[in-house]
Structure formats: structure tokens, C-alpha cells
Design a protein. Structure first.
Length: 214
């Protein structure tokens, strides 16, 4: 099962993608997490990506596409995967389709998690992420058991650099401009599924599994 998560920054793509990956035993591939790991490890890719990410801009397509095409070709992705944060532009979607077509494969579902802009800023300012394992929390909605500490691995929780309100506004503009057109792209392919992302995360997940099946 090959799944793409679509949605504005903070819509809950990562939260749902992790649950999907666990339930269906497929890898969760988040380009944002890959970039953040590279930034943390001080790689060349990380240095380049950080320049764009800190401004709320997209990393150029050429730095993303090969990385993802390579990742989905790894053995653990043979039975499918859930892509979170990719594709984010029409050229990225076309590049993915082309790479899959060459393998005789295709994307099965593009799930759009819908959350209006008004809800997003509040969500982002409350989000805390684990520097080590990538688990995410929300100060109000999904608080960790001990303040500032990850329940899963015991490491420190941080506010992402790009979750400051002014950067979130920029990310929303970039989303509407460059990523939202993918909704039409996947609608035209007949694989777009919409879910309401404003309800409780367990209900969002139930609605997604109703689409994907048991
Ligand atoms: P990325 O890491 O993908 O960030 P994003 O798309 O902006 O999305 P987020 O991770 O912020 O939100 P999310 O939808 O995963 O929400 P989450 O589940 O955490 O990308 C970061 C940057 O990397 C980009 O800006 C770009 O620069 C670069 N990049 C990445 N991929 C790229 C690509 N393909 N091309 C070019 N550049 C790329 O939830 C948010 C919060 O809400 C959390 O606190 C969560 O606990 C809470 N929450 C979740 N669901 C609910 C719910 N139902 N109710 C209440 N709270 C909830
Ligand atoms: Mg995410």
C-alpha cells in the first residue's frame, strides 16, 4: 500500500502517518524528518536545507526528489510506505509518478487532512517534538507525561525553529501557493481521499482506516 499524506503544515500528517505506518507495518517516510536529522548531524544536505526551512520556504525540488526516489526503492519499502511531506509541488509529484511507473507501480491513496488556517497557528505554537526519536506532542492536546521529556525515549522535547508564528504564516502561504494544487492533481488521478483533520486525532485515524481497510 503506497500512501501520500497531503495537508497544510500542522494539519496532522505526521501524527497520522506514524499511526498508519504502525498499523499496516509499512515505513513512515517524512522528508521534513529526514532534513531535520541531516541538520542535527551537520551534513551538507542539512546545511542547505536549513537555509530554506528556517524561512518557511520549500527546499528546492532537486534536493528532495532523488532522496525520496532512492528511499522508496529500499527493501523495507517493498510492501508500501506512507509518504509524509512529499510530494509538495507538482514537479515532485510528476517525478514520483515517473519513477514508480518505471517500476510498474503507482500511488494507491492520497489522503488530504483538512484543517483551516485559523486552527494551524495555535497547533504549531503548542507542538513539541523529540530531538531524538521524532515523536510529537502538543502542550494542550497531547501533553507528554513529564514536561519537556519524550514519553517514548526520555530525550528532550523542543519547539521547532520553523514553528514560530511568523514562519508558520509564511509556510501557510507557501502551502497554498505550491502544495495545494496537488489536491487537483490527485483528484484527477481518482485517488484523492479527504478527511476532516479538526476532530480528535483518534477519530481522524478511524476515518483514515475506514478508507484504507483493515
Ligand atoms: P515538514 O516537517 O513536512 O513540515 P510541514 O508540512 O510544515 O508539516 P508539519 O510537520 O509542521 O505538520 P504535520 O502535518 O506533520 O502535523 P503534526 O502531525 O506534527 O517540513 C518542514 C520543512 O521541510 C518545510 O517547510 C520545507 O522547508 C522542508 N520540506 C519538507 N519536505 C519537503 C519537500 N517535499 N519539498 C520541499 N521542501 C520540503 O501535528 C501538528 C501539531 O498538532 C502537533 O503538536 C500534534 O500533536 C497536533 N495534532 C495533530 N493532530 C491533531 C488533532 N487531530 N487534534 C489536535 N491536535 C492535533
Ligand atoms: Mg510533520
Amino acid at each position: 500500500m503506497k500512501i501520500i499524506m497531503l495537508g497544510a503544515p500542522g494539519a496532522g500528517k505526521g501524527t497520522q502517518a506514524k499511526k498508519i505506518a504502525e498499523k499496516y507495518s509499512i515505513p513512515h517516510i517524512s522528508t521534513g524528518d529526514i532534513f531535520r536529522a541531516n541538520i542535527k548531524n551537520g551534513t551538507e544536505l542539512g546545511k542547505k536545507a536549513k537555509e530554506y526551512m528556517d524561512q518557511g520556504l520549500l527546499v528546492p525540488d532537486e534536493l528532495v526528489v532523488d532522496l525520496v526516489v532512492d528511499r522508496v526503492g529500499q527493501p523495507d519499502a517493498a510492501n508500501g510506505y506512507v509518504l509524509d511531506g512529499f510530494p509538495r509541488t507538482i514537479p515532485q509529484a510528476e517525478a514520483l509518478d515517473k519513477a514508480l511507473e518505471a517500476l510498474g507501480e503507482k500511488v494507491d491513496y492520497a489522503i488530504n487532512v483538512e484543517v483551516p488556517d485559523e486552527n494551524i497557528i495555535n497547533r504549531m505554537s503548542g507542538r513539541r517534538a523529540c530531538v531524538a526519536c521524532g515523536a510529537t506532542y502538543h502542550l494542550v492536546h497531547i501533553p507528554p507525561k513529564t514536561e519537556g521529556i519524550c514519553d517514548k525515549c526520555g530525550k528532550e522535547l523542543i519547539l521547532r525553529d520553523d514553528d514560530k508564528p511568523e514562519t508558520v504564516k509564511k509556510r501557510l502561504d507557501v502551502y497554498h501557493d505550491q502544495t495545494q494544487p496537488l489536491i487537483d492533481y490527485y483528484t484527477n488521478k481518482g485517488i484523492l481521499k479527504e478527511v476532516d483533520g479538526t476532530v480528535d486525532m483518534e477519530i481522524v485515524f478511524k476515518n483514515i482506516t475506514d478508507i484504507l481497510g483493515e
